[in-house]
Design a protein around this ligand. Structure first.
Ligand code: 2AM
Length: 184
């Protein structure tokens, strides 16, 4: 069958209690008004691998590879502090970083990359950096003050599955649909 399944990516979804707790923490810290295009809490996730437009056949192969992949054990991760890409003084992405659990996420991203490669996708050359995007900033802005003004954003949660998402670009903004989840 020929045709596109849409714009896909593989990531770590947040449990709803984690989503709420993180939103509350950020609000408490006065990060109510972030610069740029703010990602609404319901869209928060960690991207492990962006795929772009995917054909039906490629998607079938990917689902098979992910289902057979050795994703490892579930683990705990700790969200810890804000940061920016490419740098604070000229930021295009403002994010929440991961402290504990970062190496496991790195390993997981590696396993996902192998599955993606086995499914026939070209390899990703950008190095993986675990982060949760809070806002996308165009043109770039200095976010040093926003980051400095933020108190301790520390939240522990458990990663026990990865998710294949489809992103829908709609008038009201982006909507992420869960296509399939794979337990660790
Ligand atoms: P980000 O969190 O760093 O912004 C869904 O669009 C996810 O895929 C986003 O969270 C984004 O990661 C990532 N993404 C979007 N477009 C991308 C691209 N062209 N290359 C790599 N990652 C992309």
């Amino acid at each position: 069958m020929v045709g596109s399944v849409g714009r896909l990516f593989i990531g770590v979804d947040l449990r709803s209690d984690t989503r709420q707790a993180l939103a509350a923490l950020l609000a408490e810290d006065g990060v109510g008004r972030l610069p740029g295009r703010v990602v609404p809490p319901m869209n928060w996730h960690l991207t492990l691998r962006f795929l772009g437009e995917v054909e039906v056949v490629e998607c079938d192969r990917l689902l098979m590879e992910l289902a057979g992949a050795h994703l490892g054990n579930s683990f705990e991760m700790v969200f810890d502090g804000l940061g920016a890409f490419p740098r604070r003084e000229r930021a295009t992405v403002l994010w929440v970083g991961i402290n504990e659990g970062e190496s496991q996420l790195q390993t997981l991203a590696g396993v996902v990359e192998e599955a993606v490669a086995a499914a026939g996708f070209p390899s990703e050359d950008r190095p993986f950096r675990a982060h949760l995007t809070l806002s996308r900033i165009r043109p770039p802005q200095d976010v040093s003050t926003v980051i400095a003004a933020t108190g301790v954003v520390r939240l522990r949660t458990r990663v026990d599955e990865i998710t294949l998402f489809r992103s829908h670009l709609e008038h009201g903004g982006t909507r992420y649909e869960v296509l399939e989840s794979f337990g660790l």
